[in-house]
Design a binder for this molecule. Structure first.
Ligand code: GLV
Ligand code: MN
Ligand code: MN
Ligand code: MN
Length: 400
């Protein structure tokens, strides 16, 4: 029986289950993510693809010889904490099935599947770290010292996965091999549900970034410190969370989220001495994003002052709004029977690569419209339709 997208996803359905949070937790270079990478390598080798892992931890699986001008597809195998089954793996499984379809049709031409590490930034804080390193969008010195919640550096985690951290960084030769890149991804909204269609082509990615806000106060005893004698950074952080929502709601189309707060030291009977809070802000106009973050920074200082604390704001990453290549977008839409064209608010490696190579994305319908949650879903028939669409897109590009 040939593999289907559904059978491939079934093979990995037990890897990285998070029984505490629900869904999947597959941080980059953790045991579950390494198991998924091995699973992919086995499938690529079984198909006779030429497999390599480059110096940035990106896995490449080639057909038609390794070299320039290739048509490349792929996605990622890491997840957010408690994520769904499809964000990332759907694109990788669909790539394998699309390559099978091209082989059956005896389609010639150089092509590759790429699997990118740390797309989510959920372990080391910077999303799309593999594609950023490849393209030079992040300084390798900074990447090496990024640290996870347990104090492990990206350098050490990479070393554990067989990647020499001394050699990570911009790789113009590897980048030059990509002629065109298409990433297939589960839709992370309800656009296709509303249109009653299984597959769309992407128009754009909202500009987005991550900022860390640290509130510093005075650590003390929860029982012996009078309520009037406190400089509690947790209260300052709480004030800010409400302000983030209020400010974002004043800006049409803006999204601002506080999804992670870390109190230090973090004890039930301890007034924290510091609270770190991570802010995710997105808008299609990058100037608006920066203005909103500026206002949030002022609100953070006001919240700190009200509690006798101090606040600092640091930009950790920023990705400009991406408009995908309109010619490629329209060519793909036409090749897929006039597929609808939809924007997304989610970041992707395709968005980083777009600054360097001709790039497109396909989205597959998600009946719940929910993502970064166990509720993310894809119907089996749509998963197979996605792989067929990807094969058609790759074939059109290989013929071009
Ligand atoms: C990644 O999925 C992101 O959009 O943050
Ligand atoms: Mn993804
Ligand atoms: Mn994601
Ligand atoms: Mn993403």
């Amino acid at each position: 029986m040939p593999d289907t997208v559904t059978s491939l996803l079934d093979e990995i359905a037990a890897i990285g289950i998070d029984s505490a949070r629900g869904g999947y937790t597959r941080p980059v270079y953790s045991t579950p993510e390494l198991d998924l990478r091995s699973w992919f390598l086995a499938h690529a080798q079984a198909r006779g693809l030429d497999v390599e892992t480059d110096r940035n931890g990106i896995i490449w699986a080639w057909s038609g010889g390794v070299g320039g001008g290739a048509v490349v597809t792929g996605s990622h195998l890491d997840s957010v904490p408690g994520g769904g089954a499809y964000d990332g793996p759907l694109g990788v499984a669909s790539a394998l099935v699309a390559f099978d379809l091209l082989a059956q049709r005896r389609v010639a031409g150089r092509r590759a599947i790429a699997v990118f590490p740390e797309e989510e930034g959920s372990r080391f804080g910077i999303a799309c770290l593999g594609s950023r390193l490849l393209t030079g969008a992040i300084d390798p010195d900074r990447a090496r010292t990024l640290t996870d919640a347990d104090g492990t550096t990206f350098a050490d985690a990479g070393r554990g996965a067989g990647i020499d951290p001394a050699h990570i960084g911009p790789d113009p030769d590897a980048l030059a091999r990509i002629g065109t890149f298409i990433e297939l991804h589960v839709e992370q909204g309800r656009g296709l549900v509303d249109l009653g269609r299984p597959v769309a082509v992407a128009s754009s990615i909202l500009g987005h970034g991550r900022w860390r806000i640290s509130f510093t106060g005075t650590g003390n005893h929860a029982g012996t410190t009078l309520m009037t004698d406190r400089a509690d950074p947790m209260v300052a952080a709480a004030r800010l969370v409400v302000e983030v929502q209020r400010l974002a709601r004043t800006v049409r189309d803006a999204r601002a989220t506080v999804g992670r707060i870390v109190p230090i030291p973090g004890g039930t009977n301890v007034i924290a001495s510091r609270v770190d809070l991570w802010l995710d802000v997105r808008h299609h106009d990058d100037t608006v994003t920066h203005l909103l973050v500026h206002e949030i920074g002022q609100a953070a200082r006001a919240a700190a002052l009200a509690e006798g604390c101090t606040a600092t704001l640091t930009e950790e990453s920023f990705s400009k709004t991406v408009d995908f290549d309109p010619l490629l977008r329209d060519e793909l839409s036409a090749a897929l029977g006039d597929a609808p064209v939809l924007p997304t608010g989610a970041g992707h490696d395709a968005g980083i690569l777009k600054n360097h190579v001709s790039t497109a994305m396909l989205f597959v319908r998600n009946p719940t419209g929910v993502s970064h949650s166990p509720a993310e879903t894809v119907e089996n028939a749509d998963a197979e339709a996605g792989a067929i669409a990807l094969a058609a897109g790759l074939q059109a590009l290989l013929a071009a």
